[in-house]
Design a binder for this molecule. Structure first.
Ligand code: NAP
Length: 346
């Protein structure tokens, strides 16, 4: 049998944005012989995430992430359906999730690291297990609970950068559900702003590519910012942090504006002073450190989804060959909600 796969052709290098030429589509022979404890699965959905930019750098080796190797297949969080099984845990037809799913049309996987998904929890919309019920939703909910200190009745204003992306679009809705009074999103297009305010219940949305972000944010938050869900970093975060109240809270989810650079990422000295003077902690939380909370958080998110209280937007590219383009598009802001690639029909 022949399959298609995407391999890493070259590294973008530190301080450079990734390009399509960093990837290569190949057709290759595929051994169908399964060992005990393995399944053969057809790939259905692949998740496109900002952390994959780290996987492209040799320098990232040694972090908790696996780096992608040159001329080898690349991988990300993915979902597939079991087509053959020599596993006692998984049978043909099961829908499974794996964190390092190879970007290829079919794959053989060891059963030890797979998770069986329950399509009925998402009304058959299994790609939600990469978004709302996946690492994206878990990051938003667990991050806010850990670092947001939302206090119902305290009239809090939450500001979200990267607000129209996967984590950001959920973070704003979750902030509201947990008890924030005002939700302000910052994102990169007027279309995204309209989605946030007309579909997702944000009170205001600001396009950071238009002039006057600091002034407009001040007008949206006249009494200051209580909680900042930090997805972006750089100048946008400097502006938000300069408007945070004393003893307010920063949820340090990520800083995508810096990901083409070499970590550790610099922080503006004035921003550091503002944080110190206002007694605001700025500590990155990493979702994998909170796996003990995944089950309860998944349940909470699925209840909100079923009750229609949480809306999950997705941007879907079709076809394995379009996975590199989907990743690059997400890194440049082409997505609204979670960026996903659908590789095959169920
Ligand atoms: N801590 C954790 O464990 C954890 C887990 C998952 C994700 N994260 C972090 O959460 C953040 C969002 O991830 P996601 O998967 O939900 O991605 P996403 O927000 O769906 O997609 C990335 C978005 O970032 C924005 N962006 C890109 N470059 C930018 C720049 N230079 N300045 C401002 N905005 C920029 C783009 O939207 P615009 O059009 O608005 O520019 C783009 O749509 C990332 O920082 C990611 O690393 C953290």
């Amino acid at each position: 049998m022949k399959i298609k796969r995407i391999v890493l052709a070259s590294r973008p290098g530190i301080d450079k944005a990734p390009v399509l030429e960093n990837f290569r589509l190949e057709e290759t022979d595929f051994p169908e012989n399964l060992a005990d404890g393995q399944v053969l699965a057809k790939t259905l959905y692949l998740s496109m995430d900002p952390y994959l930019r780290y996987c492209m750098n040799e320098e990232s080796a040694g972090s908790f992430l696996l780096i992608w190797n040159i001329s080898e297949v690349v991988f990300s969080n993915g979902i597939g359906v079991v087509e053959q099984s020599r596993s006692s845990q998984f049978k043909v037809g099961d829908i499974i999730l794996y964190f390092n799913w190879p970007w290829q049309t079919k794959c053989i996987l060891d059963d030890g690291s797979l998770k069986k998904l329950d399509p009925s929890l998402v009304d058959g919309h299994v790609s939600h297990y990469l978004g709302l019920l996946g690492t994206t939703g878990l990051t938003s909910l667990i991050g806010i609970k850990l670092q947001g200190h939302v206090t119902p009745g305290a009239n809090q204003t939450m500001v979200i950068s990267g607000a129209a992306g996967g984590c950001g679009s959920l973070a704003g809705q979750i902030g509201r559900l947990l008890g924030c009074t005002r939700i302000i999103g910052i994102c990169g297009t007027n279309e995204k702003c309209a989605v946030l305010t007309s579909e997702l219940g944000f009170d205001e949305a600001l396009n950071y590519k238009m002039p006057g972000l600091a002034y407009k944010l001040k007008a949206c938050c006249p009494n200051g910012v209580d909680i900042y869900f930090h997805n972006v970093g750089g100048e946008i975060s400097d502006i938000v942090i300069s408007q945070m109240k004393k003893n307010s809270h920063l949820v340090l989810c990520g800083q995508i504006s810096q990901y083409n650079k070499a970590p550790p990422f610099d922080i503006d000295p004035q921003t550091e002073t503002n944080l110190k003077e206002c007694n605001i902690a700025r500590e990155l939380f990493l979702l994998p450190d909170y796996s003990d909370q995944f089950e309860s958080a998944t349940l909470e998110l699925s209840e909100w989804l079923r009750a229609g209280k949480l809306k999950a937007r997705e941007t879907i590219f079709h076809g394995l060959e379009n996975a590199p383009g989907a990743f690059l598009s997400m890194m440049k802001g082409g997505n609204i909600g979670k960026q996903i690639v659908q590789v095959a029909e169920q």
